[in-house]
Write a protein that binds this ligand. Structure first.
Ligand SMILES: [Ca+2]
Ligand SMILES: [Ca+2]
Ligand SMILES: [Ca+2]
Ligand SMILES: [Ca+2]
Length: 212
């Protein structure tokens, strides 16, 4: 009588092949999931630095260079400055005597003092304009992805114990450096793809010259 069933060897071979196929599909799926998360983190970190730079550059372009020189020691993580504004509403940033009209002192940097009370400090880039007549413009969040300043001893280089995000590089979050008549803005933002993974860091720099 002919046996129409499978032999043990046949079943074993089929099970082995299925295990390999399922294992490969799972690995592939995990790989795709990870690649998607990594890509998402790259985009988020890049958006954060771009938003930060766009805001900082537009502020510094309008800033008074005298206010920058008088209120900062470079390099600095927090920039203090005033900008030309039309205070008397005559359409330009000068008054009827022809004098430049300036805002109150503004600050751009990490929210170390938690000015907006949301609990986010070193990771939050904020703009402070404490003399703005409108409440809602006194504190503004520019981005929440800032890398906390790793340079705890402030020497500008990476020392033992400073690399908090374990990527082998020194990030300072936001740094303003004076170069000639311009201010070099450097911003580092990061986003972590998943638990126990090294954050993806995006860094951007631009030299901007104050016009006033
Ligand atoms: Ca004016
Ligand atoms: Ca805050
Ligand atoms: Ca250091
Ligand atoms: Ca680092």
């Amino acid at each position: 009588m002919q046996n129409k069933g499978f032999t043990l060897i046949e079943v074993t071979v089929v099970v082995a092949i299925l295990s390999i196929v399922i294992g490969t599909l799972l690995t592939l799926g995990l790989g795709i999931g990870r690649a998607t998360r990594t890509q998402g983190s790259k985009i988020t970190a890049h958006d954060d630095v771009r938003m930060g730079l766009a805001f900082a550059a537009s502020e510094i372009r309008q800033a008074s260079r005298f206010s920058i020189a008088a209120n900062n020691a470079f390099p600095t993580n927090s920039l203090n400055y005033t900008v030309a504004i039309d205070k008397d509403g005559n359409g330009t940033a000068v008054d009827d005597q022809g004098d430049l009209e300036l805002s109150g002192l503004r600050t751009l940097g990490p929210d170390l003092g938690d000015a907006n009370g949301d609990g986010l400090t070193a990771t939050q880039l904020v703009y402070l304009d404490p003399t703005n007549p409108l409440d809602e413009f006194r504190v503004r969040v520019i981005t929440n992805g800032l890398v906390p300043n790793e340079d705890t001893n402030g020497n500008g280089t990476l020392d033992a114990g400073e690399d908090q995000n374990n990527n082998g590089r020194l990030e300072q979050g936001v740094v303003f450096t004076r170069i000639g008549r311009g201010i070099l803005i450097t911003i580092d933002a990061q986003n972590t793809p998943g638990a126990n993974e090294i954050p993806i860091v995006s860094t951007i720099s631009e030299l901007v010259a104050p016009r006033n």
